[in-house]
Design a protein around this ligand. Structure first.
Ligand code: ADP
Ligand code: MG
Length: 698
């Protein structure tokens, strides 16, 4: 067990601020603690003799030894109480009291001080502004929720206390049980990564599920979660997906939301099964907690109703699953055991007059098939089938074959007891055929997450000092924006660039051009002009004799566009045969939570129009870089669609990794675009560069 084991399973708990005042949070906590907890409870309150039958002590120092303290005192007393607890050697504290970071600058200052105290005493602090924690093994209910949790094998974290109360209430009359529950509150000290790590080491937690509004430290979360997810599935709702939602989340907990793109990418890299609705959260967590993982993607459907069978089949089409095709042996078995009108192909229709024996033979036959990895059992109410019988048969057959099963019972009250029998055995039952398929799909998603080996980021031999010099030159010029004048940065990191130079007068331009070929490319170099082509700042195919005039033209265009634009000169560049290649883009954007987010797509105008892009949080290894290329819809263009020569994909993949290393080495780089990175059969060339830096971080 992990570092937080004692927090969840203490032997002696102090309630600091215990009270019996009607309707108070302190009373609710104290009485919840007294209800089922196997250990001792000590009430701390200097103004009371006793609370709810417990004798009170005046100070926490009189309550020791204490394994965990729950703090419910008014906000202005919390810090003193924490110091007292620290002095008394208490290292696990749950701060229920609100009035911290969520309330404004005074509260935020108090929260910072709380963090300092926690660091000083090396204290595990939940909250502040937490609903509390639950551990069903010891019966610890240190929350003020009206409903306790029933025991189970899922552990649940939530950034919203209200959502915890709602879930507990909802779960009470379903067989949804929990091992640990934590309301994270403001996450001043302990955050989602800490609990994910803890539960990853907990043999009694089979599934981790949660509701989060933000991730405190995205990179730490990725590191922790992807390791835990190899053993224990993590299913999360991350709210604030939309702009409106993100704004609402910010005003709710003061969460500083990163971009949705970064969350989508980061949570996927962390191996999290991300869901968008509460229904999915419990559907997926439930099936992950109750069913084995499928070996592959092939699903069989056994139904007594044609229409719903088609609905289930459509849902398979929408998912990552495939409809299994049966072996001949299975088909023979089905032909033998089903009436002539039945459909023996997938979806298997045992038809409306099927009794339990026929249904069972159908389920048994497909479960036994080596081409089948998971099964949906689907039944509508008929005169010949009893849902309880079907539930019992399904439970037995599932256990016998050890493959995952989800059930659809398309009825109301008549399905209740069958549903209970199924869920007791860990088999989910739904009304909607699509939900059964989607749950099996989530199992398959998780099975794939488990299979992923994580590749260590590749480290290339680069010239870091030279790169630093280039960035520092920007500081000397007191600018945050760099363009092609910083191409040396790419060179230092081993990324090929076209031959060329930046010159400051027409004669020199001509001399450089003569060495580069008959025709050259000329570009305006100015930190004030980000999109050079937009103002006519790029001339492609300039014949050497026209170079001098073109120089003057380019500078004049800059002056025209913005008279005070800083012009560093003109870049004279080797002309590449772009018609023979593909213009791609590799970009980086720094996210407040996850750090550098790498982007790959088709370059030039396509990137904005098509939004055909893929993302990863840096640093990444070769496999991720390869997947980034693979994930864009236009990848056939790189692989030689329509008789074109395939580009050197390996060079593209390597460039993505080298840029990943660059932005990881230099946190000062806030944004960076190589657009285009021209890819041909011979390799790649970074033709253009644009970046923004934070001088403070150099
Ligand atoms: P910007 O993006 O600021 O407009 P770029 O340097 O990306 O400027 O140039 C714009 C376009 O010009 C590129 O997308 C590419 O099609 C073409 N181009 C730029 N440099 C070269 C080059 N060296 N060889 C061939 N084509 C080039
Ligand atoms: Mg460009």
């Amino acid at each position: 067990m992990g570092e937080l084991a004692t927090l969840f399973a203490p032997e002696r708990v102090a309630v600091i601020g215990a009270t019996d005042r009607e309707g108070s949070v302190g009373r609710a906590i104290t009485s919840n603690l007294l209800a089922d907890f196997a250990g001792d409870v000590v009430a701390v309150n200097p103004t009371k003799e006793s609370v709810l039958g417990l004798d009170c002590v005046d100070e926490v120092s009189e309550a020791v030894p204490v394994d965990a303290a729950v703090v419910v005192v008014p906000p202005d007393l919390v810090l003193d109480v924490l110091r007292d607890a620290g002095d008394a050697g208490i290292t696990n504290v749950v701060v229920i009291t609100a009035g911290f970071g969520e309330t404004g600058s005074e509260g935020a200052a108090r929260e910072r001080e709380l963090q300092e105290i926690a660091a000083e005493y090396d204290m595990n602090v939940v909250g502040p502004n937490s609903l509390g924690i639950i551990n069903t093994t010891t019966g610890l209910n240190a929350t003020f929720a009206p409903q306790n949790a029933t025991p189970g094998n899922m552990s649940f974290l939530s950034q919203s206390g209200a959502f915890v109360t709602a879930v507990l209430d909802w779960a009470a009359d379903r067989s949804v049980g929990f091992k640990d529950v934590v309301s994270l509150g403001n996450k001043a000290v302990l955050d989602e990564s800490d609990f994910v790590r803890e539960w990853g080491e907990d043999p009694d937690t089979d599934v981790i599920l949660g509701y989060i509004e933000d991730v405190t430290d995205g990179r730490e979360f990725i590191r922790t979660a992807r390791e835990v997810a190899q053993e224990t599935p993590i299913v999360l709702v991350k709210s604030g997906r939309t702009e409106a939602g993100a704004t609402a989340a910010a005003s709710h907990t003061g969460a500083l939301a990163g971009s949705e793109q970064a969350y989508e990418t980061g949570l996927a890299q962390a191996g999290v099964v991300r869901v968008t609705t509460v229904e999915e959260l419990f559907d997926f967590a439930g099936i992950l907690a109750g069913q084995p993982l499928p070996d592959d993607e092939n699903v069989a459907i056994v139904t007594n109703a044609g229409g719903p069978g088609v609905m289930a089949t459509d849902a398979v089409g929408d998912s990552d699953l495939s409809l299994a095709s049966f072996t001949d042996a299975t088909l023979d078995r089905l032909v033998e055991s089903l009436p002539e009108e039945a459909n023996v192909y997938n979806p298997v229709d045992v038809i409306g007059d099927a009794d339990i024996d026929r249904f069972e033979r159908g389920i048994d036959a497909v479960l036994a098939d080596e081409n089948v990895d998971s099964v949906v059992v689907l039944s509508c109410p008929t005169a010949t089938i009893d849902f309880d019988d079907l539930a019992d048969a399904t439970v037995r057959l599932q256990a016998e074959h050890g493959k995952p099963v989800a059930v659809t019972l398309m009825g109301g009250e008549s399905t209740r007891s069958a549903q209970d029998r199924l869920s007791e055995a860990g088999i989910p039952a739904y009304f909607d055929p699509a939900r059964a398929v989607e749950s099996l799909d989530a199992l398959w998603d998780y099975a794939e997450i488990r299979r992923r080996e994580f590749a260590e980021p590749t480290t290339f031999d680069v010239d870091r000092e030279r790169a630093r010099d280039v960035l520092e030159s920007a500081v000397r010029r007191d600018t945050n924006r760099l363009g092609v004048e910083a191409m040396e940065l790419l060179d230092a990191y081993g990324i090929p660039t076209p031959a060329g130079r930046i010159v400051e007068d027409p004669q020199e331009a001509r001399r450089v051009a003569e060495d580069l070929g008959e025709r050259v490319v000329m570009k305006l170099v100015s930190p004030d002009i980000l999109h050079k082509s937009d103002i006519g700042g790029v001339e492609v195919g300039v014949p050497v004799p026209a170079v001098k005039d073109t120089y003057e033209d380019l500078v004049a265009r800059a002056r025209n566009y913005q008279p005070d634009a800083e012009v560093l000169g003109v870049q004279v560049q080797e002309q590449l045969d772009v018609d023979d290649g593909v213009e791609t883009i590799v970009g980086v954007n720094r996210d407040p939570q996850f750090g550098p987010l790498l982007m790959f797509g088709l370059g030039g105008i396509f990137v904005e129009v098509l939004e055909d892009t893929s993302f990863r949080v840096a640093p990444i290894g070769e496999r991720d870089a390869r997947e980034m290329v693979d994930e864009i819809d236009a990848v056939p263009l790189l692989r030689g669609a329509r008789g074109r020569e395939p580009v050197d994909e390996g060079a593209v993949v390597e460039t993505i990794q080298r840029l990943s290393q660059l932005v990881t080495d230099f946190p000062a780089i806030l944004e960076l675009d190589v657009n285009p990175l021209v890819a041909t059969g011979e390799g790649v060339s970074a033709v253009d560069l644009r970046l923004t830096i934070d001088q403070e971080q150099l």
